[in-house]
Design a protein around this ligand. Structure first.
Ligand SMILES: [Zn+2]
Length: 257
């Protein structure tokens, strides 16, 4: 039996080729738009030429790999795919990406990080290896972990990251799924992409309820923390206002998922 390369072969601080660089940038660009799914970037290339690229579609599907494969069409045969997360191996509304990669004839996959979602968790790698696809895991892992930190937190702990804002925000901050507002006796969730969300109860169970909605990162004004009952929210990754800026949020987190 083949040993799965589930441990990073090298870290993101090491070699990062331009294909993975591009895939990470694509992934970072859709952070805040794709919950409950992870922000993933994917580049298919051969002989130094990009054949197709994609990020997770807003709303969470189709997945990045599926879109890139569809765009590359028959040119994908024999090509290399760089992707920021382990390709899925479970049936959702569409067939698994690992199957699509195999069917497309992609010869080599370079992947940043394993997907901790229990429905995947090494299963995507196993399927690729079983079909004879060459696989490398670990390039860009540190940055991929930062970009997907909210997704990883929700998968592992059932709660989203909580970003505490110094100033009252009118709009949902870039890179965050939703903004929390106190409305009457409850908490209104305003999603960045305008998706309708229910009003939730204040208090201890709020973070769990947000995780249950599929949200991976939420922002709240520090003045609303106590009213929301989140002042002692230890199980969310609480980020202070000085970690927040106008640039790419993931680059400022400096945290581990
Ligand atoms: Zn997939």
């Amino acid at each position: 039996m083949e040993t799965l390369p589930i441990q990073p072969s090298f870290d993101g601080g090491g070699h990062l080729d331009p294909w993975m660089r591009r895939a990470l940038d694509l992934a970072a660009g859709v952070r805040g738009l794709v919950w409950p799914n992870p922000p993933v970037g994917c580049v298919i290339h051969r002989d130094g030429v990009v054949l197709a690229e994609a990020a997770t579609h807003p709303g969470g599907r189709p997945h990045a790999e599926r879109q890139a494969i569809d765009r590359a069409g028959r040119t994908a045969r024999g090509a290399t795919m760089h992707v920021t997360l382990e390709p899925c191996c479970h049936w959702g509304r569409t067939p698994p990406c690992a199957d699509a990669i195999i069917e497309a004839g992609i010869a080599r996959v370079v992947c940043a990080i394993r997907d901790p979602d229990p429905r995947v968790d090494g299963g995507g790698f196993a399927r690729l290896l079983g079909a004879g696809v060459k696989l490398e895991v670990g390039q860009g892992a540190t940055e991929a972990r930062r970009i997907m930190s909210g997704f990883f937190r929700r998968v592992r702990h059932g709660v989203p990251e909580l970003l505490v804002l110094a100033a009252l925000a009118v709009e949902v901050p870039a890179g965050v799924d939703a903004l929390l507002r106190i409305v009457g006796d409850g908490v209104q969730v305003v999603a960045r992409d305008g998706r309708p969300t229910p009003k939730l109860h204040r208090g201890k169970g709020l973070l769990r309820d947000l995780g249950g909605l599929g949200l991976t990162s939420v922002a709240i004004w520090q003045g609303d923390l106590q009213a929301a009952g989140l002042q002692d929210a230890d199980d969310g990754m609480v980020m202070s206002p000085d970690t927040f800026g106008s640039g790419l949020l993931d680059r400022k987190f400096g945290i581990n998922a």
